[in-house]
Structure formats: structure tokens, C-alpha cells
Design a protein. Structure first.
Length: 80
């Protein structure tokens, strides 16, 4: 199991000519913003980092999914 990874955020990898890199580790929290005003954000914990810019996320509602982080994702580093 990979414990960390570096990802260029899809869709927002460039800002002012520089590449934006996200560092993701197991235990970090992730917030996926809703696509419409009525859709709430989904929040969960990264439980695995896979090759190919894929994360396994366990959302707060118990659902687990494979996610390719994009411009609608926000990574909150684990405390400690």
C-alpha cells in the first residue's frame, strides 16, 4: 500500500504559469465540492494512495470509493 503521493490537480494544475502540486497522505481529509449550489460537499478520509493519481477515500457516510482528485477537491492534511 502506498502511503503518499504527489498530484498535479486536474483542471487547475497551472496558476500564473506555475504548476500546483498536491501532496496527499493516508489519513488526510478530502473535501469534494458539490457541482451545483444544492449539492453538499462530500468529506472523507484518504485510506490508500494508488499509482496513477488515484485515491481510495472513505467518506463520512461510510461509502468508500476510488477518486482521481480534480479542481473540485481540497486536501486537508492530517493533524500530527
Amino acid at each position: 500500500m502506498t502511503r503518499s503521493g504527489l498530484y498535479a490537480a486536474a483542471g487547475s494544475a497551472y496558476r500564473g504559469g506555475e504548476v500546483i502540486i498536491m501532496r496527499v497522505n493516508v489519513g488526510d481529509r478530502i473535501r469534494v465540492h458539490g457541482r451545483t449550489v444544492e449539492t453538499p460537499d462530500r468529506v472523507g478520509e484518504v485510506v490508500e494512495v494508488r499509482e496513477g493519481e488515484l485515491l481510495v477515500v472513505r467518506y463520512d457516510d461510510g461509502h468508500e470509493a476510488v477518486l482521481s482528485p480534480g479542481s473540485d477537491c481540497e486536501i486537508v492534511p492530517a493533524e500530527g
